[in-house]
Write a protein that binds this ligand. Sequence first.
Ligand SMILES: C[S@@+](CC[C@H](N)C(=O)[O-])C[C@H]1O[C@@H](n2cnc3c(N)ncnc32)[C@H](O)[C@@H]1O
Length: 465
Amino acid sequence: MSSAALRQRAVCAARQVRPTGVRNTRSYASESHGSHGHGHHAPPVEESLGTAFYVAVGAVPACMLLYSVSRPGKDGEPSGISKMLERVSDMKEQWETRNHLMTAALEQAAHDKHLLYHAPRNTHVELKYPEVFQHGSPFNVPAGHYINMDKVVAHYRKQHLEEEERKAKKLGAHWYFKAPDKFLKNAPEDAPAVRVGLVSSAIGYGLFAARDFRKDDFIFHEAPFMQAIFNEKDSANKENLQTQHHAFKAAVASEDDSAALRIAFPRLAGQTGHAPVSFDDAAFDKLGKNLVHGQFAGSTVSREEYDRYISGLKVASNVKPSEVRQAVLDFFKHYAFQVRHGLGVNTPSASFSASSTSIATSPAAAAVGSQSVEACIYLLGSLINHCCSSSKDTDRGPNCYWRIGPQWLAHFVRPKHLCVQAKRDIKAGEQLTWDYGKRNKGFTCECDACNKSLKHYMESLCRVQ
Ligand SMILES: C[S@@+](CC[C@H](N)C(=O)[O-])C[C@H]1O[C@@H](n2cnc3c(N)ncnc32)[C@H](O)[C@@H]1O
């Protein structure tokens, strides 16, 4: 090995053992020439003293300082470090309190977090239209579908009736004459109530119960068909006649009313020059068109009965206006119900009678004297036939009352509306009747009570012989 190589290796070895401290001032003499510096001397190297030197030098004053602070005082007083530690140990209680508070706060926070995590969800949701969730809500009905409102209608109808009844009872407390409870009953049910049948060619139509009724039940409630001024005691009054004629003409002018008039009152139709309709054209359903409560159950009139009845009626031709007036006057005389004016809460009790069933001799007629009163014709109510009252056989006597709103009557009956009530129990199929009163009725009575009396009379005659 050459001397240069030896020198090179020595430098490398020295470099490896050197501490890795400050190197920036160092320069390598050997490197400035590399392996080519044969024969040159390396410049002096600035080597540092090393960390160990500084540590060793610094340790001396540090130890002295430590010694001075840890050494107890001359009079045995505690050293500086002891004093400092004592000072810090005074804060022990303070730290303990702080730790306690900190622990409590952490525990509370953990508890609260737990509370919030496990709290039940708020089930209350504010909705703009809460009804959208209701069954049957119009919002839930798909387009093109209809919901069945029957139950809702029935509910509100019942509620309305109860309210009306309550009001009527309250009003009743102020009446001069307090209406009996039987007149403050609920409105007739919306169920088949009456049907029309032909009693005989002489009597014509009659009205029959379509189902059983109990005493005091309301059977039906009907709006008027024709209205006019009428007073039997002043029947020649031209102004009154004018109103009757006007009502008749108005009914004839209306297509629907004219059809109903010719079916319900074929005799009047014939007398005034309007031919009664054939059986095929007789739409009996029209007779129930003015019912407010109760339903019309149709007719039991057969084709043969109808044709026989119609063929017995006169159809006048070339009728004079005076003849029409007379026919209408007679019609009002026998078919109209008088509507009392101004009778209400102050009407004397004497004029309130449950058996006030006649047309012309009703308490109203007596009360108004010669004054004009209004009279109404009803499509069904005016078809009810007369039956004589019999004190002996109540089952044979009239079975109905009638009332016209609004006075005295069931609270639901509107002004001028007719309401028919059962005077006793009525069986389905039984003819409805009332007593027209003791006046000249213009016909020979053929009611059950009279027929029975006649039968008794004939039987008694037979026994005598
Ligand atoms: C208010 S209407 C009754 C409906 C009538 N049956 C009809 O078909 O037009 C009264 C008329 O009916 C007849 N009528 C009513 N009750 C009667 C009875 N008990 N006996 C005989 N005819 C009676 C009489 O012609 C009377 O003028």
